[in-house]
Ligand binder design. Structure first.
Ligand code: HEM
Length: 484
């Protein structure tokens, strides 16, 4: 284990004023400040359990490979784009999702696309691929725009200067969008109940499992796993009902059934042989799309609005572009295509705050990565959070600068230095869906509203599988003057 890893002593939630390019003074977006104190293996594991992104020391941001051999486990951290490419793409078949990550996810996601391996994953991936093709995703744009419009209608009735927890608002919104695009709103469960169950799950199972890291087997009913089970039972009951209602509707009158993600999942056929998804695979993938697709996108938007509040010149650019592209109408699959500034801002927000901040694999066989010979069973960490702020890969890595993603500049970024959606064969299947959703939400909100962080509100990025603002985001909602 990484005994010589250095820890971050102070968790800096206040933004520092930092000088950039010797000219303008910009605020440094909230992030833990790396500290150079060495940690023992146990202290490192405990730190991982509290907040994994705060466990990396300053050295991790400068080195490309950190390799540790211990009696417990061999550990390799890869932060060099060529090494990452080797693990995720060139020799991907030698690396399976880590037992640690599987322990966190399988409880809820069973054997769906995120957690499956081998032949089962290959079948699921090629069968689900058409559901996420560009044309299919564009067909979901009106449902996305309707959901944003419902939220904005509520905001319009708020008194001037009202305060909203934007992190929570984005969770509700992306949950509404997944309900509309997956279930055509045939959801009976109340958002409050659902969000409580999700929060319980993430708070308990989403932490790094310390007993697991120390070698306790999966079936040990740890207190956290016990606390997560009622939340999972709740989901199971709700989803079972939804899926069986849709199966009945499909068998009675297929022509009248909505073409949403659930119908697509129930009717998708393997291009190699025509097999349908089995009953358990349908259930596990419904859970997978909810879990993988709702928190991640909500956090992307929450961090985007936080950054726009800190950088008013970018806020103005995004608002102007949105007014120009959308006019007085709703966002759709066509008018968001030309949103260049908004996409640059979203991509930079995902660099600074990658919604899935860590990826982990276990080596199946021996291999050599970056000149380091590793043995089967080595735990390989691809720390997206660290890679996106690596001193050797980015200029002014901790600062917000969407120009990095401007057309022309973006092409110069190494494909495996920027990984919000992962890379290689297991790259996020929902990437196009998420980018469209983020663009629709950002443009629709920015055209009409300006959001400003409540003075003094603490902003602390916290990793619980996804990267969220730990204290929410208390923001004031201002109506823009859209008359000119
Ligand atoms: C901004 C939003 C999102 C981010 C940042 C994100 C990030 C990621 C990342 C990093 C992976 C790779 C994990 C690994 O290799 O270990 C992944 C995989 C996956 N994501 Fe996303 N995701 C997002 C939205 C979505 C959406 C909207 C959906 C579906 C509706 C989705 C479904 C999946 C699935 C099914 C996989 C597993 C793919 C496979 O292994 O074949 N994601 N995502």
């Amino acid at each position: 284990m990484p005994s010589h890893f250095e820890c971050w002593e102070v968790f800096a939630m206040v933004e520092e004023a930092t000088k950039i390019s010797g000219a303008s003074r910009l605020r440094r977006p909230a992030a833990p400040v790396p500290h150079s104190r060495n940690l023992s293996t146990l202290a490192f594991i405990l730190e991982l359990g509290k907040n994994p992104i705060a466990a990396f020391g300053a050295r991790a941001y400068r080195e490309h490979y950190v390799y540790e051999r211990s009696r417990l486990r061999h550990f390799l951290m890869v932060a060099h784009p060529d090494g990452i490419k080797h693990v995720l793409l060139d020799n991907a078949s030698n690396y399976v999702k880590s037992a640690q990550a599987q322990r966190q996810l399988k409880l809820a996601l069973g054997n769906g696309l995120v957690t499956a391996e081998g032949a089962s994953w290959r079948f699921q991936r090629r069968t689900a691929a058409p559901m996420f093709q560009t044309r299919q995703i564009a067909a979901f744009a009106p449902a996305m725009a309707d959901a944003v419009e419902a939220m904005l209608a509520r905001w319009r009735s708020l008194p001037a200067g009202a305060e909203v927890d934007v992190a929570d608002a984005m969770m509700r919104l992306t949950y509404d969008i997944i309900s509309r695009t997956m279930f055509s709103n045939d959801v009976t469960m109340d958002y409050g109940e659902m969000s409580k169950a999700l929060a319980t799950y993430f708070e308990n199972v989403g932490r790094v499992d310390i007993l697991g890291a120390l070698g306790f087997p999966d079936w040990v009913p740890t207190p956290r796993r016990l606390r997560a089970w009622p939340a999972l039972r709740f989901f199971r009951r709700e989803m079972d009902g939804l899926i069986s209602r849709r199966r009945t509707a499909l068998s009675e009158n297929p022509a009248a059934v909505p073409q949403d993600l659930l119908t697509l999942l129930l009717t998708a056929r393997d291009p190699e042989g025509g097999k349908l998804f089995g009953e358990a695979e349908v259930f596990d993938n419904v859970m997978t799309f909810i879990f993988a697709g709702h928190e991640t996108t909500a956090n992307t938007l929450a961090w985007t609005f936080y950054l726009l509040s800190e950088f008013p010149e970018w806020d103005a650019r995004v608002a102007q572009e949105a007014r120009h592209a959308l006019g007085g109408g709703l966002a759709d699959g066509e008018n968001i295509v030309g949103l260049v500034q908004s996409r640059m801002v979203i991509e930079e927000a995902m660099r600074l705050y990658p919604p899935a901040p860590l990826m982990a694999r276990d080596a199946v066989g021996p291999d050599t990565v970056g000149g380091i010979a590793i043995e089967p069973g080595t735990f390989v960490l691809v720390p997206i959070w660290v890679i996106h702020r690596h001193r050797a890969l980015w200029k002014d890595p901790d600062n917000f600068d969407p120009e990095r993603f401007a057309p022309g500049a973006r092409e110069t970024i190494h494909r495996f230095a920027y990984l919000p959606f992962g890379g290689g064969p297991r790259i996020c299947i929902g990437m196009g869906f998420a980018m469209q959703e983020a663009a629709v939400i950002l443009a629709s909100v920015a055209r009409e509203f300006r959001l400003s962080l409540k003075p003094g509100h603490p902003v602390e990025p916290m990793a619980r599988i996804t990267l969220r603002p730990h204290h929410g985001l208390a923001m004031t909602v201002w109506r823009r003057d859209t008359s000119n």
